[in-house]
Design a protein around this ligand. Structure first.
Ligand code: NAG
Length: 173
């Protein structure tokens, strides 16, 4: 037993290393590798310069639905990454990756918060935007007269269309 304490076992060393390692790698690298490991490919990282193509994609997606233009200004903190999950499973894994990287999460549906709650972190903490635009399904259950609307379904896009279809179905039957 005394020997064990004096010469830590390789397993103990490995575990210590595993615990320390996450803090050694940059949060944006960590989240990228976590997302890629989970097969989530629709995300974009904060670019290091404003000039290349990656940067164009990033700012196009970032600014796409910011309704209060004050939050597009360069002095406002930008998310380390913007993730666009395409399924519930990807959404869950995106949240897990953010939590593993100790990153705050801003969920953006239509980006309508004028206080910027869906696009900035006021406390200066590193954060990630999870944009729901690809989760925009509307399913109408006629039997129970209920409708499930995913967070990214915006009024301008799918919602009126799907509800109108269901309504027409109801009144013509
Ligand atoms: C990610 O989602 C956006 C918005 O729907 C879409 O335009 C884009 O093609 C997707 N990119 C990938 C790599 O799937």
């Amino acid at each position: 037993m005394a020997n064990l304490m004096k010469y830590p076992s390789p397993l103990f060393l490995f575990m210590s290393f595993a615990l320390v390692f996450p803090s050694l790698c940059a949060p944006e690298d960590q989240i990228t590798s976590c997302l890629t490991t989970h097969d989530i490919n629709n995300f974009t990282r904060l670019p290091s310069t404003k000039k290349d193509d990656d940067s164009k994609t990033y700012y196009k997606i970032l600014d796409f639905s910011i309704q209060n233009l004050r939050f597009t200004e360069p002095t406002i903190a930008k998310p380390l990454a913007i993730i666009l999950p395409g399924s519930l499973d990807e959404l869950v894994k995106s949240v897990i990756c953010c939590r593993e990287g100790l990153l705050e999460i801003r969920v953006r549906c239509g980006g309508h918060s004028y206080e910027g709650t869906s696009s900035v972190a006021n406390d200066g903490a590193p954060f990630v935007i999870i944009d729901m635009m690809n989760l925009n399904k509307v399913s109408v259950h006629l039997a129970t007269e209920t409708a499930w609307v995913e967070g990214g379904a915006t009024l301008a896009l799918r919602l009126p269309w799907d509800l109108a279809l269901a309504y027409n179905y109801l009144i013509s039957n």
